[in-house]
Design a protein around this ligand. Structure first.
Ligand code: NAD
Ligand code: UGA
Length: 458
């Protein structure tokens, strides 16, 4: 088949895979190639067992793969063939060296720039899909063009705002699509070329055009603001527990003010995921590197509050269970960082498991989609850990259940049946406030909601 245009994406991860699959679905006249250095991951994209779980993804892949969507590892070919090259490689926090623990590690990004430079022929539009520090496009431009060999290219920033678990819906119905380009003839043309892709399904009024720097910074700021809301509501939970207020009522009352809005005000055991922490720390690092200490300190507290919340959750468990968890069996309901995903990156469950093991507790982990990742995350940890798919089996013989992930299935379990199989007193720590606490209490459980007084039998 003759395609009107070829585009590619370097990086076949949580963003690259779903994003390109939706573009392929909505732009059947485009050939879409997704490439990665990870051969095993590409093999999974080409199999019936996709490398990630995302509701609706399988259907989109089934409709496009092999027709106009292709996953492979031949980077040179993809770069040569494509007019538009999306770059969606990982940009984790630096682990060592200058800025360790704060700054973005741009090694994958830079290596991609060099690969593009090596294989590009003709004019290319290079699209920053990864989340990057503001002014990264400058560095990319310097790699793509030095005096001896200047490639013809234009760099556009088009950050991705999808959330895991709802990625396909977010891609099909985005609140906005942001395209940052230079205010030059070439820059405007490149922005229009990217806009043309999205116009296949996104209404024009939802497509925002801005400068490259505003676009890069908007992505960091959007994540920082979302995380800030969670830390803000979480910061009130200990106050509720002491005073007898209930965080769900407080959150509802505050969120009904249309200026505040109700979303992202669910108190939790702490936010996780691969991006909130790393993007805020990146913002903090940038601010600090420009000498803006107050700005840096302000945003740093969003992350510190999140650490506090995870720590507090474990402390509550220890206190409630008579100041010792030694030899107690504790069952974690959920290991994924949120519901509807198999992703466990930065999941609060990891920290909590480590702390419980340090207290000499045995930990039983159940999760409908994330057990494989949990196994690999916890490999090498010493202590007694079990992985059990069935939540009823997992809870059997436990002293406590701790709800870590808000999977819908945990709401509807037969807790009477579970109670009967547990040690007594049987505790439930609801780190997501998804359960019916009064009903659990009347079954005999000692119930610890988050941000409300516990319901106890003594
Ligand atoms: P990921 O780790 O799932 O995927 C990145 C992929 O890039 C990996 O498969 C890796 O093998 C590949 N890669 C690394 N270096 C490469 C190279 N030189 N050549 C080819 N492939 C290479 O990461 P992700 O979650 O998809 O995130 C990618 C970017 O998107 C990050 O900057 C992240 O901040 C941003 N982002 C992520 C999400 C999300 O929900 N995960 C949402 C919005 C934005
Ligand atoms: C987040 C943003 O929502 C996306 O817009 C962004 O594109 C993405 O980061 C990214 O850049 O990677 P994601 O991390 O996938 O998406 O999921 P969220 O729904 O934002 O949840 C993040 C964490 O916050 C989860 O652990 C979730 O359980 C927690 N959360 C969320 C709360 O604790 N309370 C809430 O009210 C909402």
């Amino acid at each position: 088949m003759e395609f009107k245009k070829t585009i590619c994406c370097i990086g076949a991860g949580y963003v690259g895979g779903p994003t390109m699959a939706v573009i392929a679905l909505k732009c059947p006249e485009y050939k879409v190639e997704v490439v990665d250095i990870d051969e095993a991951k590409i093999a999974k994209w080409n199999s019936d067992r996709l490398p990630i779980f995302e509701p609706g993804l399988e259907e989109v892949i089934r409709a496009t793969r092999g027709k106009n969507l292709f996953f492979h590892t031949n980077m040179a070919q993809a770069i040569k063939e494509s007019e538009v090259i999306f770059v969606s490689v990982n940009t984790p926090t630096k682990e060592h060296g200058e800025g360790a623990g704060m700054a973005a590690d741009l090694r994958y990004w830079e290596s991609t720039a060099r690969t593009i430079r090596e294989h590009a022929e003709g004019h290319k539009i290079v699209v920053e899909k990864s989340t990057l520090p503001v002014r990264t496009a400058d560095a990319m431009a310097k790699i793509l063009c030095n005096f001896s060999d200047c490639k013809s290219f234009e760099i556009v920033s088009n950050p991705e705002f999808l959330a895991e678990g709802s990625a396909i819906k977010d891609l099909l119905e985005p609140d906005r699509v942001l395209i940052g380009a230079r205010d030059t003839e070439k820059g405007r043309q490149a922005a229009l070329a990217i806009e043309e892709i999205y116009l296949h399904w996104v209404p024009k009024e939802r497509i925002l055009l801005s400068s490259v720097w505003s676009s890069e910074l908007s992505k960091l700021v959007s994540n920082a603001l979302l995380a800030q809301r969670i830390s803000s509501i979480n910061s009130i939970t200990p106050l509720c527990e002491i005073t007898g207020a209930d965080i769900r009522e407080v959150s509802r009352a505050a969120g009904m003010d249309s200026r505040i809005g109700g979303k992202f005000l669910n108190a939790s055991v702490g936010f996780g995921g691969s991006c909130f922490k790393k993007d805020i720390l990146n913002l903090v690092y940038i601010a600090r590197s420009y000498g803006l200490e107050e700005v840096a300190a302000y945003w740093e507290w969003v992350v510190r509050m999140n650490e506090y919340q995870k720590h507090r959750f474990v402390k509550t468990m220890i206190r409630a269970m008579f100041n010792t968890l030694a030899n107690k069996r504790i069952c974690l309901f959920g290991f994924a960082f949120k519901a509807n995903t198999s992703d466990t990156r930065e999941t609060p469950a990891l920290y909590i498991t480590q702390k419980l093991l340090e207290e000499d507790a045995s930990v039983v982990i159940t999760d409908p989609k994330a057990l494989e990742n949990a196994r690999s995350d916890l490999k090498g940890l010493s202590g007694n850990i079990e992985f059990v798919e069935d939540p009823y089996e997992a809870a059997k013989g436990s002293d406590a259940i701790a709800v870590i992930t808000e999977w819908e299935l945990y709401r509807d379990l037969d807790y009477g049946r579970i109670y009967d199989t547990m040690q007594k007193p049987a505790f439930i720590f609801d780190g997501r406030n998804i359960l019916d606490h009064k009903a659990l209490h009347s079954l005999g459980f000692q119930v610890y909601p988050l941000g409300a007084r516990p319901l106890l039998h003594w």
